[in-house]
Each structure stands twice: as structure tokens, then as C-alpha cells.
Ligand binder design. Structure first.
Ligand SMILES: Cc1cc2nc3c(=O)[nH]c(=O)nc-3n(C[C@H](O)[C@H](O)[C@H](O)COP(=O)(O)OP(=O)(O)OC[C@H]3O[C@@H](n4cnc5c(N)ncnc54)[C@H](O)[C@@H]3O)c2cc1C
Ligand SMILES: *[C@@H]1O[C@H](CO)[C@@H](O)[C@H](O)[C@H]1NC(C)=O
Ligand SMILES: *[C@@H]1O[C@H](CO)[C@@H](O)[C@H](O)[C@H]1NC(C)=O
Ligand SMILES: *[C@@H]1O[C@H](CO)[C@@H](O)[C@H](O)[C@H]1NC(C)=O
Ligand SMILES: *[C@@H]1O[C@H](CO)[C@@H](O)[C@H](O)[C@H]1NC(C)=O
Length: 386
């Protein structure tokens, strides 16, 4: 059997997982993994990373991608540091701007996996000028971005967090613990409570823990704008929909995921830029023809954009790609379901969440996530053993 060229765009949770499972599951697979940074960023721990500079060493949350694939032969696996800029569907090529030379090179694929994920408003620094590294920067400089964010946060006296979802709540808890009375932390929720995706009892537990840590909570209020002060002091005026204004040294919006889809043909995207897939996670063309292209993880239209969902999707897509290649065998479908499974630490000792319909006890939150934000699991995850 001739080698089958599979190009994977993006080495986040989805791309890493599908690369390993294709290499292990498809005979003669030749996998080419494209990603702008050479390290995988354990972004799950970012609320603690930015708030507590000494909690982890950079090498715990920034792991070299190549090392995780050292077990495969060079004829089976290749890592390319670069950014995909276009897909030519009829020629079956992906154009990549190579890191280093800056040259553009076309790579041919028999099968293509789009795993370019999503980013966040804060991570791009688009609103506030400070990049808060909730996601990889899409450059090879996460370490510098982390250090700059840590420094800015450490010197802040007033921090305003817009959005009280899991990231906003986790961040508020970490900041309150690390800065203590040195800073005021204000958390703004557009809903009438924090963590509106949880049962009210789970929200109440979260709110109580935040208040114990002196986090100020403003509910039923939206941020309508954020403006840099004109005097160059680097402070921000955050305007709320009730007309009030807050002054902040650092303003961190934590809402809204942005798709990384600039290189993807428009016909594959929905109105918000997410890639349309069927239940087999196969990309849907406007003509309805079956393309050898799949999209996994945050980038597709399934809206539960979580790391463990990305892993699950990667395994399902791999099964279907394998069946495409072999022309036979099992096929699988993905259904994100509607049950909320979430563990939300509020600092190091406990937190809230929802597991099987119940609010987890403090010790469970601590054990599952709060103690180290799963950083100890990162090497295992990167090695495809999750
Ligand atoms: C602060 C925070 C905390 C979170 N905590 C949790 C948690 O506790 N549990 C959980 O399950 N989920 C959590 N999530 C969600 C989780 O981070 C995402 O669901 C997960 O990262 C999705 O993985 P992915 O591989 O689809 O995309 P991403 O992680 O976004 O990775 C995509 C990769 O593709 C690369 N890329 C993008 N464009 C291109 C291109 N054109 N060419 C080449 N490469 C490209 C990017 O640089 C990136 O490396 C959290 C998210 C945030 C923001
Ligand atoms: C895609 O490839 C085909 C065939 O090689 C070529 O004719 C076409 O111009 C390419 N399309 C784009 C948009 O580059
Ligand atoms: C490109 O790769 C080199 C190492 O080969 C690295 O030092 C550099 O930071 C990378 N640059 C970008 C923009 O990714
Ligand atoms: C960021 O994007 C994720 C998806 O990766 C989304 O679930 C979350 O709401 C966004 N959070 C932040 C911090 O903006
Ligand atoms: C991902 O999307 C963000 C926001 O649109 C953008 O700043 C970044 O350059 C994109 N990255 C890539 C690799 O396309």
C-alpha cells in the first residue's frame, strides 16, 4: 500500500490527539502536522499561570511538540513550524507560510484535518492592548506573552474581569489569592449570577467562595465598552450598560471565542466563521460532494468548545478517516450531548462545578483540577495517552 498523506493543521488538543491516533491506527499513514509554535501550551492552567508566576515552571506548561512524536519514524511523521494560509480543494493542497524563512510552500494531502481551534479576545490583546495568554499566541512566543501578562497583573491595583463563565471565575479566584488586599478584583456577569451554565446551587457555591476571597461581583450587567485613558497612564475606563464606569489598571474580557478560520474556504464556514461538519465530523461542501476533509475541536460548529470534547472528536474523526482510507470498517458519529460536566476551581482549596447533575465537593474540585490545573497530566496528554 502506498503511503497516505494526511495533513493536520493545528497542534492543539484536537490536532495532537488525532495525529497520534492516525499514526497508531492507520497503516501507511504519513502525517504532516502544521503549527506556528513549536511548543504545545497547556492553556487550561492559564488562569493560575497569569495570576501566580511561581506556581509552575514554563517547561511544565510549554511542551516541545516534536518530542511527543519521537517514537515515530521520519517517514511516518513530520512537524512543520508554520501557518496554513489557504486550502486548494481541487488541487488537494495546503499553502503554508514557513516559520523561519517566511516562504510559502504547498503540501499535498490525500486527507486533510482542520484543527486550527479558536482564540479569545483577551488572548489577541485586541481590546486592551495586553495579551492575556488564555490560548496559544499563534506565534512562537508564548513564554514572553506570559511573562508580560504576569508582570502587568502583579502591578495592578484594580482589575476588572468581564464575563463570569468558568474562565472569569477561575481567574478571579486565582487573582484574589495571589494579590490579596493589594488589589481589588471585580467580576462582571451579564446574567443574574456567576456561572449561569450551572444549576443555581452550583452558582451559589461559586459566588460564596469568591466573596470569601473579597472578589466584588456585579450581576445582570454588561460591559459596553473599554477605553484607554488619554493621559497615557495605561489605565482603563470600563463602561457598563447601567451607565456606570469603572477604572481599571487591567481589564480582562473573558467572553467570546473567535474561530481561527482565515485560511479556510468561505463555503465551509457558517456565518460566525465556524467550520460546518456532519455527524461524522466531515466538512460539508456547498455542492454536497464528499470531501476528504474533516474538522475537529473548537474550530467546528459543535459549540461545546472544551478540551475533552476535542479529544473525543479527534478519536471519532480518526475512525472515519481510517474507514475512508481502507474503504471498509466501522464509522462513528459525534454527538456533543447536552449535559454540563465542569469543574471550576476557585483558588487552590476548592471551588464549584457540575458533575452528573451535582455540585462537586471541595475536595473533589481540588483533587480533579484545583491542585495543579492538570499540569501534571500535560506530558501524558501530549504523548497521546489521554
Ligand atoms: C482559559 C481557558 C481554560 C480552559 N479550561 C478548560 C478545561 O479546564 N477543560 C476543558 O475541557 N477545556 C478547557 N478550555 C477549552 C480548551 O482550551 C479548548 O477546547 C481546546 O484548546 C480546543 O483544542 P483545539 O485543538 O480544538 O484548539 P486550540 O487549542 O485552539 O489549538 C489550535 C491550534 O491550531 C493552531 N493554528 C491556528 N491557526 C492555524 C493555521 N492557520 N495554521 C497552523 N496552525 C494553526 C493554533 O496556533 C493552535 O496551536 C479552556 C479554554 C480557555 C480559554
Ligand atoms: C487550485 O489548483 C488548481 C489546480 O492545480 C489551479 O488550477 C487553481 O488555480 C488553484 N486555485 C487557487 C485558488 O489557487
Ligand atoms: C521559528 O522557529 C525558530 C526556531 O527554528 C524559533 O526560534 C522562532 O521563534 C520561530 N519564530 C516564529 C515566528 O514562530
Ligand atoms: C475562549 O474560547 C473558549 C473556547 O476555546 C470559550 O469556550 C470561552 O468562552 C472563551 N473564553 C475566554 C477566556 O474568552
Ligand atoms: C487566529 O485568530 C486570531 C484572531 O482572529 C488571529 O489574531 C490569529 O492571527 C489567528 N492565527 C492564525 C494562525 O491564523
Amino acid at each position: 500500500m502506498a503511503p497516505v498523506n494526511i495533513v493536520i493543521v493545528g497542534a492543539g488538543a484536537a490536532g495532537i490527539t488525532i495525529a497520534h491516533s492516525l499514526l497508531q491506527g492507520v497503516p501507511n499513514a504519513k502525517v504532516l502536522l502544521v503549527n506556528p509554535a513549536q511548543t504545545f501550551y497547556w492553556n487550561i492552567a492559564s488562569p493560575r499561570i497569569v495570576a501566580k508566576p511561581n506556581a509552575f515552571k514554563p517547561e511544565q506548561y510549554l511542551l516541545p511538540i516534536k518530542d511527543a512524536f519521537a517514537q515515530y519514524s521520519a517517514s511516518a511523521f513530520e512537524f512543520v513550524a508554520g501557518t496554513a494560509t489557504a486550502i486548494n480543494v481541487s488541487a488537494k493542497t495546503v499553502a503554508v507560510t514557513l516559520n523561519g524563512s517566511g516562504d510559502s510552500k504547498d503540501f499535498s494531502y490525500d486527507h486533510l484535518v482542520i484543527a486550527s481551534g479558536s482564540t479569545n479576545l483577551s488572548a489577541t490583546g485586541a481590546v486592551t492592548g495586553t495579551e492575556i495568554p488564555f490560548k496559544p499566541s499563534n506565534r512562537d512566543d508564548v513564554k514572553q506573552v506570559v511573562e508580560a501578562a504576569q508582570q502587568q497583573i502583579a502591578n495592578a491595583k484594580e482589575i476588572v474581569i468581564g464575563g463570569a463563565g468558568p474562565v472569569g471565575v477561575e481567574l478571579a479566584g486565582e487573582l484574589a489569592e495571589s494579590l490579596g488586599s493589594k488589589a481589588t478584583i471585580t467580576l462582571i456577569s451579564s446574567a443574574d449570577r456567576v456561572l449561569p451554565m450551572l444549576k443555581p446551587s452550583g452558582s451559589a457555591v461559586g459566588e460564596k467562595k469568591l466573596k470569601e476571597k473579597k472578589v466584588k461581583i456585579i450581576t445582570s450587567t454588561k460591559v459596553t465598552g473599554a477605553e484607554a485613558s488619554a493621559d497615557g497612564t495605561k489605565s482603563w475606563t470600563v463602561t457598563l450598560d447601567n451607565g456606570k464606569k469603572l477604572v481599571a489598571d487591567v481589564y480582562i474580557p473573558t467572553t467570546g471565542a473567535i474561530p481561527n478560520s482565515s485560511f479556510i474556504p468561505a463555503e465551509f464556514l457558517d456565518n460566525n466563521g465556524w467550520v460546518k461538519v456532519n455527524e461524522e465530523l466531515r466538512v460539508q461542501s456547498s455542492s454536497g460532494s464528499a470531501l476528504p476533509i474533516y474538522a475537529v475541536g473548537d474550530i467546528n460548529t459543535n459549540n461545546m468548545r472544551l478540551s475533552f470534547k476535542a479529544t473525543e472528536q479527534a478519536k471519532i474523526a480518526m475512525t472515519n478517516i481510517k474507514a475512508d482510507i481502507l474503504g471498509k470498517g466501522e464509522r462513528k458519529s459525534y454527538d456533543q450531548g447536552n449535559s454540563v460536566m465542569m469543574v471550576v476551581p476557585v483558588g487552590e482549596t476548592g471551588g464549584t462545578g457540575q458533575l452528573f447533575g451535582m455540585t462537586p465537593f471541595n475536595f473533589l474540585v481540588k483533587y480533579v483540577k484545583g491542585k495543579d490545573y492538570l499540569v501534571s497530566k500535560a506530558p501524558q496528554y501530549l504523548a497521546g495517552k489521554a
